[in-house]
Design a protein around this ligand. Structure first.
Ligand code: GCU
Length: 721
């Protein structure tokens, strides 16, 4: 009997331990967990403030807003909130537009609503006829959905909702994910499984994942998705595939998400039976027009095309002696009457061009400023090389005032540790957005170029190369979810701070307990810098493993293209290291506006984080710390490893604060990351030491293996190629 009692007690203790906060969790729900508010006082306040939910109107978008509010409130408040069409209770949550809802119309918000435009919303506390209202109001149904998510975020992060007066509208019009997904479901540079798009079972089968993907996007204001890889396959433009595309578009539409496709420039030849894809050929133009009309017959609100042309072997207008504007304009004309846009990528560099790769996009695109149609955006990567762990901002920003330039960030961590690395990328995105181009004097930030305010563009856009796949937790690494979240939040409002976005994400994804939030936020905030330090400190770049880009490979040389090797970029020799992009070198600095060019071009003034990006620097050059360059490199590489160890400690201290499943997932991946960090440090220092001929400072950890060992490592089947 006693034994039975003991076992029962033990069971109860175990059950209690595994209740709130410690339930197994695979991360599928992202930041939309809607668990009961932990703080009891807040919970009581919220319960009192919301006794009734009224969503008037029944469009597909209002219906999903209604459902989301209902589900979320019952989870967050731990009780069902009655939903009705008329006010019957004292404290009412109302959502709608003046057109859908008489209640909203009569609450006196008309003037303030004018200021929030098509996608914005108001969250407002008000009283009328003795009743208390919390109002989610917008001019459009999608605004109501966005406002609903904002309101839920307030509850999820346990904010005060007693006196709301919030107006919010997006700063950028097109906030678009770029999926580099192939039709065979592999994902180029994807580290979280295979493509979400189950082409084979489409259009008949609509996976619940499509809906949950759309919910997650809408919750952060993402309003577009390019379904297919920039290295495009023309097949997606054939009727069979367009039916599948239409099914996805139908699933996403209620959530305000438009579908876009990548256009393979040679499609008129490959699937159209034409002899040429010359953009000035009337037959080619007619083919694209007809094709676009066909797409619109399947997807009436089709967003338009994203194009990679004459870049890394892709076909393009230059194959016919035409330029990028000729190509972009032809496609723009094909979609213009239906309101479509063309996002034409500026990621170009030539196979035959010996000039510094960093200069080539600017050289090709700047002269074309003013020659693009009104519905073309030129999509520019954040930096001039290719999503390196750190890059100075792309010199095209500010240099094409007559053309709307769209930002392209990479969320998937191609060069940032891929699927095993904890990297919170908001600080990196913000570094670029806040950089000052000086295009129109001080304060001409990249953000102002992108949001159109610098040159008065109404057509604006921002793209994020998606990190989403069919892994159960969507992004492979639990913390990579934060980059999806961040992209949406910054696309909506680039003025948000990285800390604030991290704070929201942690609270919504894990817990509001500050014992967890504060240290984990610190860990996230330092994570990008740690990676830069153990991979490419002081402005080093493009020194990773051949082709798969996983792990270090500073020794890569003698490939068919010089600009795909590492030695091309670091230029280490007996004298020093770094790429001379000043007047004495490639003079890439001259592509920046004079105040920036002067700063970047001066070895004493250049921010140290870009030192070796712009300068070839002697090994004994004194840096800000007073150390020689060689010693500084050694300390940076080692410091990066130490930072990862610190991250491990921080995380270990959180055991018990969240569920074991996600805790262990992150813990194990941090262990892998620590090994990878050491691999980077040791391989790079040993390799660069063959040029510097200087010792690694005594107090630093010694490399575990020889350089030959690191050079012999050859990981196979790295995902994402
Ligand atoms: C990088 C990446 C490629 C990708 C390309 C692009 O070079 O490694 O996989 O296709 O960028 O952005 O077009």
């Amino acid at each position: 009997m006693q034994r039975k009692l003991f076992c029962l007690l033990l069971l109860l203790v175990c059950l209690a331990y595994h209740s709130e906060g410690t339930k197994a969790d695979d991360g599928y729900k992202l930041w939309q967990r809607y668990e009961q508010v932990q703080d009891q006082a807040k919970l009581q306040v919220y319960r009192q403030a919301i006794n009734e939910l009224i969503v008037q109107g029944n469009s597909p978008t209002l219906t999903v807003a209604h459902q989301e509010l209902q589900t979320a409130l019952s989870g967050l408040l731990g009780q069902t909130v009655p939903s009705s069409q008329q006010v019957t209770k004292q404290n009412v949550l109302v959502a709608g537009t003046p057109a859908s809802s008489a209640l909203v119309k009569n609450l006196g918000l008309t003037d303030r609503l004018k200021a929030v435009g098509n996608e914005g919303y108001l969250l407002q506390t008000s009283t009328k006829n003795g009743k208390n209202y919390t109002v989610i109001a917008a001019n459009t149904d999608i605004g109501v959905l966005y406002g609903s998510y904002h309101f839920l975020r307030l509850l999820q992060t346990q904010q005060d909702i007693s006196n709301l007066s919030i107006a919010s509208a997006p700063k950028i019009k097109h906030r678009v994910l770029n999926h580099w997904d192939n039709l065979d479901r592999t994902v180029e540079r994807g580290y979280s499984g295979f493509s979400l798009w189950d082409w084979h079972r489409l259009p008949g089968y609509i996976d619940q994942r499509y809906i949950d993907y759309a919910r997650a996007n809408a919750s952060v204001g993402i309003n577009g998705t390019v379904l297919t890889n920039v290295n495009a396959n023309a097949l997606v433009l054939t009727e069979d595939y367009l039916k599948k595309v239409a099914a996805l578009a139908d699933a996403f539409r209620p959530y305000g998400i438009k579908v876009y496709l990548t256009a393979r420039f040679s499609a008129p030849i490959e699937i159209g039976g034409l002899k040429t894809a010359d953009p000035l050929d009337p037959q080619v133009q007619a083919w694209w027009k007809k094709k676009s009309d066909e797409i619109y017959s399947f997807v009436p609100d089709f967003g338009g095309f994203l194009v990679k042309a004459n870049s890394e072997g892709q076909p393009g207008p230059q194959n016919y002696g035409r330029n990028h504007a000729d190509g972009a304009n032809m496609l723009a004309d094909a979609v213009a009457d239906k309101g479509g846009i063309v996002m034409w990528r500026a990621f170009v560099y030539s196979e035959d061009e010996p000039d510094d790769r960093a200069k080539q996009a600017y050289n090709e695109f700047k002269p074309l400023d003013g020659t693009f149609r009104d519905n073309v955006l030129v999509q520019v990567k954040n930096g001039a090389i290719d999503f390196q762990p750190r890059e100075p901002f792309h010199p095209l920003f500010g240099a094409m005032p007559k053309t709307p330039l769209m930002m392209e960030f990479q969320l998937t961590q191609e060069y940032l540790g891929q699927g095993t690395t904890l990297a919170y990328l908001s600080p990196m995105y913000k570094e670029t957005l806040e950089a000052d181009t000086y295009a129109k004097g001080k304060g001409s930030t990249v953000a102002k170029v992108v949001d159109g305010s610098l040159d008065n563009h109404k057509l604006t856009g921002i793209a994020g190369v998606a990190n989403i796949g069919n892994d159960r937790n969507w992004t492979g690494h639990q913390f990579a979810q934060s980059n999806w979240y961040t992209f949406g939040r910054l696309a909506w409002d680039h003025a948000l701070s990285s800390e604030q976005v991290a704070d929201e994400w942690i609270k919504m994804t894990f817990t509001n307990d500050n014992k967890f939030v504060a240290p984990v936020k610190d860990m996230m905030m330092n994570s990008h810098e740690a990676i830069v330090n153990y991979m490419t400190p002081l402005g080093l770049h493009h020194i990773m493993g051949w082709s798969h880009h996983y792990g270090p490979g500073p020794w890569i040389k003698d490939k068919h293209r010089a600009d795909w090797t590492s030695v091309y970029y670091h230029k280490a020799d007996e004298k020093g290291i770094g790429f001379d992009r000043t007047k004495s070198g490639s003079n890439a600095v001259a592509q920046y506006f004079p105040p920036v060019a002067k700063q970047f071009g001066n070895v004493k003034k250049v921010p140290e984080k870009y030192l070796l990006w712009f300068h070839h620097v002697p090994w004994d050059h004194k840096v800000n710390s007073g150390r020689t360059l060689w010693n500084e490199l050694a300390y940076r590489y080692s410091g990066g490893v130490d930072d990862v160890r610190q991250m491990q400690k921080t995380w270990d201290n959180q055991e018990g604060m969240i569920d074991q499943e996600r805790f262990q997932h992150v813990k194990q991946l941090l262990t892998v990351q620590e090994q990878e960090a050491k691999w980077w440090r040791d391989a790079c220092l040993l390799y660069f030491q063959t040029f510097s001929k200087r010792p690694i400072p005594q107090d630093l950890e010694k490399p575990a293996h020889t350089l030959e060992y690191y050079m012999s490592l050859d990981p196979k089947f790295v995902p994402g190629i």
